[in-house]
Design a protein around this ligand. Structure first.
Ligand SMILES: [Zn+2]
Length: 284
Protein backbone atom coordinates (compact mmCIF):
# COMPACT_ATOMS: atom_id res chain seq x y z
CA UNK A 1 0.00 0.00 0.00
CA UNK A 2 2.71 2.47 0.86
CA UNK A 3 6.14 2.91 -0.56
CA UNK A 4 7.96 1.05 2.16
CA UNK A 5 5.62 -1.90 1.93
CA UNK A 6 5.71 -1.79 -1.80
CA UNK A 7 9.49 -2.05 -1.87
CA UNK A 8 9.19 -5.08 0.33
CA UNK A 9 6.40 -6.65 -1.65
CA UNK A 10 7.30 -5.99 -5.21
CA UNK A 11 10.72 -7.53 -5.45
CA UNK A 12 9.05 -9.55 -8.19
CA UNK A 13 9.11 -6.59 -10.53
CA UNK A 14 12.01 -4.55 -9.27
CA UNK A 15 14.58 -7.25 -8.70
CA UNK A 16 13.85 -9.25 -11.77
CA UNK A 17 11.91 -11.69 -9.67
CA UNK A 18 9.79 -12.65 -12.62
CA UNK A 19 12.50 -15.05 -13.67
CA UNK A 20 12.70 -16.46 -10.16
CA UNK A 21 8.97 -16.83 -10.12
CA UNK A 22 9.08 -18.79 -13.35
CA UNK A 23 11.63 -21.20 -11.91
CA UNK A 24 9.76 -21.73 -8.68
CA UNK A 25 6.51 -22.07 -10.58
CA UNK A 26 8.08 -24.86 -12.58
CA UNK A 27 8.95 -26.63 -9.37
CA UNK A 28 5.36 -26.60 -8.23
CA UNK A 29 3.31 -27.32 -11.35
CA UNK A 30 0.27 -28.39 -9.37
CA UNK A 31 -0.31 -24.80 -8.39
CA UNK A 32 -1.10 -23.87 -11.97
CA UNK A 33 -3.94 -26.24 -12.47
CA UNK A 34 -5.59 -25.75 -9.19
CA UNK A 35 -9.27 -25.92 -8.60
CA UNK A 36 -9.02 -23.20 -6.00
CA UNK A 37 -12.41 -22.10 -4.82
CA UNK A 38 -13.86 -19.15 -6.64
CA UNK A 39 -15.42 -16.63 -4.34
CA UNK A 40 -17.73 -19.23 -2.94
CA UNK A 41 -20.16 -18.33 -0.23
CA UNK A 42 -19.41 -18.59 3.45
CA UNK A 43 -21.07 -21.46 5.28
CA UNK A 44 -23.80 -19.10 6.36
CA UNK A 45 -24.29 -18.05 2.75
CA UNK A 46 -23.91 -14.42 3.72
CA UNK A 47 -20.77 -13.29 2.02
CA UNK A 48 -18.08 -14.40 -0.43
CA UNK A 49 -15.07 -16.29 0.88
CA UNK A 50 -12.52 -14.01 -0.67
CA UNK A 51 -9.95 -11.33 0.02
CA UNK A 52 -9.36 -9.08 -2.98
CA UNK A 53 -6.49 -7.12 -1.43
CA UNK A 54 -3.40 -9.15 -0.64
CA UNK A 55 0.21 -8.56 -1.56
CA UNK A 56 3.18 -10.80 -2.13
CA UNK A 57 6.24 -10.01 -0.04
CA UNK A 58 9.50 -11.50 1.13
CA UNK A 59 7.54 -13.36 3.75
CA UNK A 60 4.68 -14.39 1.46
CA UNK A 61 5.23 -15.66 -2.07
CA UNK A 62 2.56 -16.16 -4.69
CA UNK A 63 2.89 -19.90 -4.04
CA UNK A 64 2.16 -19.29 -0.34
CA UNK A 65 -0.97 -17.36 -1.31
CA UNK A 66 -2.18 -20.14 -3.61
CA UNK A 67 -1.51 -22.75 -0.93
CA UNK A 68 -3.40 -20.71 1.62
CA UNK A 69 -6.26 -20.32 -0.83
CA UNK A 70 -6.61 -24.10 -1.05
CA UNK A 71 -6.17 -24.73 2.64
CA UNK A 72 -8.57 -22.05 3.79
CA UNK A 73 -11.14 -22.23 0.99
CA UNK A 74 -10.57 -18.57 0.22
CA UNK A 75 -10.10 -16.87 -3.14
CA UNK A 76 -7.47 -14.17 -3.25
CA UNK A 77 -6.93 -11.11 -5.36
CA UNK A 78 -3.28 -10.11 -5.54
CA UNK A 79 -2.62 -6.42 -5.90
CA UNK A 80 0.33 -4.65 -7.44
CA UNK A 81 0.98 -0.92 -7.17
CA UNK A 82 1.01 1.35 -10.17
CA UNK A 83 3.51 3.92 -8.99
CA UNK A 84 6.91 5.42 -9.77
CA UNK A 85 8.47 2.55 -7.80
CA UNK A 86 6.28 -0.17 -9.33
CA UNK A 87 4.38 -0.69 -12.56
CA UNK A 88 5.28 2.31 -14.72
CA UNK A 89 5.12 1.10 -18.28
CA UNK A 90 3.10 -1.21 -20.48
CA UNK A 91 6.03 -3.63 -20.38
CA UNK A 92 5.87 -3.75 -16.56
CA UNK A 93 2.14 -4.25 -16.67
CA UNK A 94 2.32 -6.98 -19.30
CA UNK A 95 4.99 -8.82 -17.27
CA UNK A 96 2.83 -8.66 -14.16
CA UNK A 97 -0.27 -9.89 -16.01
CA UNK A 98 1.71 -12.70 -17.64
CA UNK A 99 3.14 -13.93 -14.35
CA UNK A 100 -0.01 -13.68 -12.27
CA UNK A 101 -2.20 -15.31 -14.90
CA UNK A 102 -0.33 -18.56 -14.25
CA UNK A 103 -1.94 -18.77 -10.83
CA UNK A 104 -5.53 -19.21 -9.69
CA UNK A 105 -5.80 -15.72 -8.21
CA UNK A 106 -7.52 -12.56 -9.26
CA UNK A 107 -5.21 -9.88 -10.60
CA UNK A 108 -5.63 -6.41 -9.13
CA UNK A 109 -4.00 -3.07 -9.87
CA UNK A 110 -3.52 -0.56 -7.08
CA UNK A 111 -2.53 2.88 -8.35
CA UNK A 112 -1.12 5.26 -5.78
CA UNK A 113 -1.85 8.65 -7.30
CA UNK A 114 -4.05 10.36 -9.86
CA UNK A 115 -2.77 10.42 -13.43
CA UNK A 116 -1.57 6.84 -13.07
CA UNK A 117 -3.23 5.58 -16.23
CA UNK A 118 -1.85 8.10 -18.70
CA UNK A 119 1.21 6.06 -19.65
CA UNK A 120 -0.58 2.74 -19.77
CA UNK A 121 -2.64 1.14 -22.50
CA UNK A 122 -6.38 0.99 -21.69
CA UNK A 123 -6.52 -2.50 -23.25
CA UNK A 124 -3.83 -3.78 -20.90
CA UNK A 125 -5.40 -2.14 -17.87
CA UNK A 126 -8.66 -3.86 -18.78
CA UNK A 127 -6.92 -7.23 -18.62
CA UNK A 128 -6.61 -6.92 -14.86
CA UNK A 129 -9.63 -8.19 -12.94
CA UNK A 130 -10.09 -4.86 -11.22
CA UNK A 131 -8.49 -1.59 -10.24
CA UNK A 132 -8.61 -0.63 -6.57
CA UNK A 133 -7.37 2.71 -5.33
CA UNK A 134 -7.16 4.02 -1.81
CA UNK A 135 -7.22 7.73 -0.92
CA UNK A 136 -4.22 7.66 1.35
CA UNK A 137 -1.78 10.06 -0.28
CA UNK A 138 -3.61 13.35 0.01
CA UNK A 139 -2.06 16.32 -1.82
CA UNK A 140 -1.76 19.74 -0.10
CA UNK A 141 -3.55 18.49 2.96
CA UNK A 142 -2.36 20.85 5.67
CA UNK A 143 -1.75 24.58 6.09
CA UNK A 144 1.85 24.10 4.97
CA UNK A 145 0.75 22.72 1.62
CA UNK A 146 2.23 19.34 2.46
CA UNK A 147 1.14 15.98 1.13
CA UNK A 148 -0.28 13.78 3.88
CA UNK A 149 0.27 10.05 3.79
CA UNK A 150 -2.62 8.93 5.91
CA UNK A 151 -1.00 5.66 6.98
CA UNK A 152 2.14 7.22 8.44
CA UNK A 153 2.55 8.19 12.06
CA UNK A 154 4.38 11.36 11.05
CA UNK A 155 1.51 13.04 9.18
CA UNK A 156 1.40 16.68 10.32
CA UNK A 157 -2.14 17.92 10.83
CA UNK A 158 -2.44 21.58 11.88
CA UNK A 159 -6.19 21.76 11.35
CA UNK A 160 -8.58 18.87 11.12
CA UNK A 161 -10.92 20.94 8.94
CA UNK A 162 -8.16 21.91 6.48
CA UNK A 163 -7.26 18.26 6.20
CA UNK A 164 -10.86 17.14 5.77
CA UNK A 165 -11.48 19.63 2.97
CA UNK A 166 -8.40 18.49 1.04
CA UNK A 167 -9.30 14.90 1.85
CA UNK A 168 -12.82 15.25 0.48
CA UNK A 169 -11.52 16.96 -2.68
CA UNK A 170 -9.17 14.05 -3.21
CA UNK A 171 -11.89 11.47 -2.55
CA UNK A 172 -14.17 13.14 -5.09
CA UNK A 173 -11.44 13.27 -7.75
CA UNK A 174 -10.72 9.56 -7.36
CA UNK A 175 -14.42 8.70 -7.34
CA UNK A 176 -15.14 10.82 -10.43
CA UNK A 177 -13.86 7.78 -12.36
CA UNK A 178 -11.94 9.88 -14.84
CA UNK A 179 -9.49 7.00 -14.58
CA UNK A 180 -10.53 3.36 -14.21
CA UNK A 181 -11.55 2.32 -10.69
CA UNK A 182 -13.68 -0.61 -9.57
CA UNK A 183 -13.00 -0.63 -5.84
CA UNK A 184 -12.50 2.25 -3.43
CA UNK A 185 -9.99 0.76 -0.99
CA UNK A 186 -9.56 1.53 2.70
CA UNK A 187 -12.12 4.35 2.83
CA UNK A 188 -12.49 6.80 5.72
CA UNK A 189 -9.14 6.03 7.32
CA UNK A 190 -7.81 9.16 9.06
CA UNK A 191 -4.29 10.17 10.10
CA UNK A 192 -3.29 9.21 13.66
CA UNK A 193 -3.41 12.79 14.91
CA UNK A 194 -7.15 13.10 14.27
CA UNK A 195 -8.40 9.55 14.19
CA UNK A 196 -10.02 9.94 17.62
CA UNK A 197 -12.36 12.46 15.97
CA UNK A 198 -13.46 9.96 13.32
CA UNK A 199 -17.17 10.03 14.12
CA UNK A 200 -17.25 13.83 14.29
CA UNK A 201 -15.20 14.48 11.17
CA UNK A 202 -17.08 11.96 9.04
CA UNK A 203 -20.25 14.00 9.03
CA UNK A 204 -23.48 12.71 7.56
CA UNK A 205 -22.99 15.03 4.55
CA UNK A 206 -19.47 13.81 3.86
CA UNK A 207 -20.50 10.18 4.14
CA UNK A 208 -23.38 10.77 1.77
CA UNK A 209 -21.19 12.53 -0.81
CA UNK A 210 -18.85 9.54 -0.91
CA UNK A 211 -21.66 7.00 -1.10
CA UNK A 212 -23.43 8.93 -3.86
CA UNK A 213 -20.23 9.12 -5.95
CA UNK A 214 -19.71 5.36 -5.55
CA UNK A 215 -23.33 4.65 -6.45
CA UNK A 216 -23.33 6.93 -9.48
CA UNK A 217 -20.05 5.66 -10.89
CA UNK A 218 -20.50 2.01 -9.90
CA UNK A 219 -17.53 1.73 -7.56
CA UNK A 220 -17.49 -0.93 -4.86
CA UNK A 221 -16.38 -0.07 -1.33
CA UNK A 222 -13.67 -2.14 0.30
CA UNK A 223 -14.20 -3.23 3.90
CA UNK A 224 -10.61 -3.14 5.10
CA UNK A 225 -9.68 -5.81 7.58
CA UNK A 226 -6.39 -4.32 8.76
CA UNK A 227 -7.72 -0.82 9.45
CA UNK A 228 -11.28 -1.68 10.51
CA UNK A 229 -12.82 0.77 8.06
CA UNK A 230 -15.43 1.76 7.17
CA UNK A 231 -17.75 1.62 10.18
CA UNK A 232 -21.19 0.10 10.53
CA UNK A 233 -23.27 3.26 9.95
CA UNK A 234 -21.44 3.98 6.69
CA UNK A 235 -21.79 0.40 5.46
CA UNK A 236 -25.51 0.38 6.19
CA UNK A 237 -26.03 3.68 4.34
CA UNK A 238 -24.02 2.45 1.34
CA UNK A 239 -25.92 -0.84 1.32
CA UNK A 240 -29.20 1.06 1.30
CA UNK A 241 -27.95 3.07 -1.69
CA UNK A 242 -27.20 -0.17 -3.54
CA UNK A 243 -23.42 0.18 -3.46
CA UNK A 244 -21.46 -3.08 -3.55
CA UNK A 245 -18.70 -4.13 -1.16
CA UNK A 246 -15.51 -6.16 -1.17
CA UNK A 247 -13.36 -7.67 1.56
CA UNK A 248 -9.75 -6.54 1.49
CA UNK A 249 -7.12 -7.15 4.10
CA UNK A 250 -4.11 -5.34 2.65
CA UNK A 251 -1.96 -8.04 4.23
CA UNK A 252 1.29 -9.55 3.02
CA UNK A 253 2.32 -12.13 5.63
CA UNK A 254 0.86 -14.57 8.16
CA UNK A 255 -2.07 -12.19 8.64
CA UNK A 256 -3.44 -13.01 5.19
CA UNK A 257 -6.67 -14.98 5.43
CA UNK A 258 -7.88 -13.85 8.88
CA UNK A 259 -10.58 -11.34 7.85
CA UNK A 260 -12.04 -11.09 11.35
CA UNK A 261 -13.26 -7.50 11.04
CA UNK A 262 -14.65 -8.08 7.53
CA UNK A 263 -16.69 -11.11 8.51
CA UNK A 264 -17.89 -9.65 11.82
CA UNK A 265 -19.08 -6.34 10.39
CA UNK A 266 -20.64 -8.07 7.35
CA UNK A 267 -22.74 -10.20 9.68
CA UNK A 268 -23.64 -7.21 11.84
CA UNK A 269 -24.75 -5.28 8.77
CA UNK A 270 -26.63 -8.23 7.32
CA UNK A 271 -24.67 -8.17 4.06
CA UNK A 272 -25.52 -10.92 1.59
CA UNK A 273 -23.86 -12.26 -1.54
CA UNK A 274 -25.81 -9.84 -3.71
CA UNK A 275 -24.20 -6.92 -1.87
CA UNK A 276 -20.72 -7.86 -3.07
CA UNK A 277 -18.62 -7.09 -6.11
CA UNK A 278 -17.42 -10.36 -7.62
CA UNK A 279 -14.81 -10.23 -10.40
CA UNK A 280 -16.14 -11.62 -13.67
CA UNK A 281 -13.29 -13.96 -14.52
CA UNK A 282 -13.47 -17.58 -13.42
CA UNK A 283 -10.37 -18.78 -11.62
CA UNK A 284 -8.63 -22.11 -11.97
ZN1 LIG B 1 -2.42 -2.55 -0.74
Amino acid sequence: MNRKDFLRTSSFLILGGAAALKVSAKDTPSLHHSTAPLAKESKEGQYPMYDLHVHTSQSQSIEDIVRKSREMGLSFGVMQNVAPWGIKTNEDLQAYLDEMSKYPVYIGLQPMSLGWSKNLSPELIAKADYVAMDPQVVPKANGYGEQIEVYTYASYIDSAETFMQANMDYYMKILSKEEPIDIFACPLLLPNAIEREYHTLWTKERQEMIIEACRKNVIAIEINDLMHVPHKEFILKAKKAGVKFTFGSDTRNQQTGRLIYCHTIAKECGLEMKDFFIPKRKLG
